[in-house]
Design a protein around this ligand. Structure first.
Ligand SMILES: Cc1ncc(COP(=O)(O)O)c(C=O)c1O
Length: 379
């Protein structure tokens, strides 16, 4: 099956009723047929039939064999960091979701896990940051919010040569556009809250690995069953419903994003536009090589912080709100929202300042969106 079909049908198997929509299994526990016998479902923390179909569908889309649905993107990132032990070192991209940085710096540093933050769009920086005790490289590509593109295959090779794993947060592109496992990554994580959900009505997260029988899959499974962050069956069903339209949503969002990015570039009050789908983005060629689309996220800098802040109150069809990936267009001010707690030196390094705005482009009529931005820029 190709992606458009996997998104609609996924791992759904027709039961005796012929139900097209997946049943929602709310049972917390399951009756055993007899001693040492199991239906495959014993207790909801370990497995749930509705969640299992969602997990299999995600694994199919990411071209992995095993996926886990958890209660948030941060729960998924947390499981990745739980693979580490005191004395281990992680190399993170320097431009990434602020919550990931907070988790590493405020929680895992206390447990003796050290983190370095480098520009992973530069392979020499990744190589220089690797140490004998580096066990994990963790990247977002494109990164949040500066839209830096990192070479997944080349970084996987660097990490593997030192015995480290590569985890890719694939939230920004979704598996419809990018499949990091096929490029050499070991773990894919998602904030399912974003494109995979697409309607701003579920908080969810995912982890996916290549081989179901691998030691890595077994370790992740133990961590999840032991710590209990799994997705509820109601939310699993909502996510299955969302995935059916993933392709049509993200294709439209990417087309709208390219049109808006191209328009923003013509605006004198806009100083810079960051979108990897623009032919003059420094890593456009790499983006084209490793992904089939550039996604719906566009960041841009305006001429002053005052203008950026004024625009937040002037947009009307577009909402000033945190988050991304939904069908509704959102305008975010990363400096005080998603990246408010980012250490100052990382902000300086990436150039994330108070003139930067981030658009999560939705599926509305693109001319309506441009008119809204035009009014907000020039009111
Ligand atoms: C790239 C990225 N990863 C992870 C997360 C965390 O996901 P969640 O909010 O679902 O916990 C976010 C949230 O904004 C994100 O943008």
């Amino acid at each position: 099956m190709n992606d458009d079909s996997i998104e609609v049908h996924g791992a759904h198997v027709y039961d005796a009723t012929g139900a097209i929509s997946e049943p929602i299994y709310l049972s917390a526990t399951y009756r055993h047929p007899g001693f040492r016998q199991s239906t495959g479902y014993d207790y909801g923390r370990c497995a749930n039939p509705t969640r299992a179909v969602l997990e299999k569908t995600l694994a199919m889309l990411e071209r992995g064999e095993r996926a886990w649905g958890v209660a948030s993107g941060m729960a998924a990132v947390n499981i990745v960091l739980m693979l580490l032990a005191p004395g281990d070192h992680v190399v993170f991209g320097s431009d990434l979701y602020g919550g990931t940085v907070r988790l590493a710096n405020e929680v895992y540093r206390r447990y003796g896990i050290e983190a370095s933050y480098v520009d992973t769009s530069r392979l020499d920086c990744v190589e220089a940051a690797l140490r004998p005790e580096t066990k994990l490289v963790f990247i977002e590509t494109p990164s949040n919010p500066m839209m830096l593109v990192s070479d997944i295959g080349a970084i996987a090779a660097l990490a593997h040569a030192r015995g480290a794993l590569l985890a890719v947060d694939n939230t920004f592109l979704s598996p419809h556009f990018q499949k990091p496992l096929t490029l050499g990554a070991d773990i894919v994580v998602h904030s399912g809250t974003k494109y995979l959900c697409g309607h701003n009505d579920v908080i969810a997260g995912f982890l996916v690995v290549r081989e179901a029988a691998s030691e890595l899959a077994q370790r992740i499974d133990r961590l999840i069953v032991s710590s209990g962050p799994m997705l509820s069956s109601m939310d699993a069903w909502l996510m299955l419903r969302s995935l059916k339209t993933l392709g049509v949503r993200v294709e439209r969002q990417a087309a709208n994003a390219l049109a808006i990015a191209s328009w923003l570039r013509t605006q004198p009050r806009v100083q810079a536009v960051y979108y990897p789908g623009l032919p003059d983005h420094p890593d456009h060629a790499l983006q084209e090589r490793q992904a089939t689309g550039s996604g719906g996220m566009v960041s841009f800098k305006v001429e002053s912080a005052a203008l950026a802040q004024a625009m937040l109150g002037r947009v009307s069809l577009i909402s000033f709100a945190e988050s991304l990936g939904g069908v509704e267009t959102l305008l975010t001010y990363p400096r005080v929202q998603t990246h408010a707690e980012m250490p100052a030196e990382l902000l300086r390094e990436t150039g994330l300042d108070d003139t930067l705005l981030r658009l999560s482009v939705g599926i509305e009529d693109v001319q309506d969106l441009i008119s809204d931005l035009d009014r907000a820029l020039h009111a």
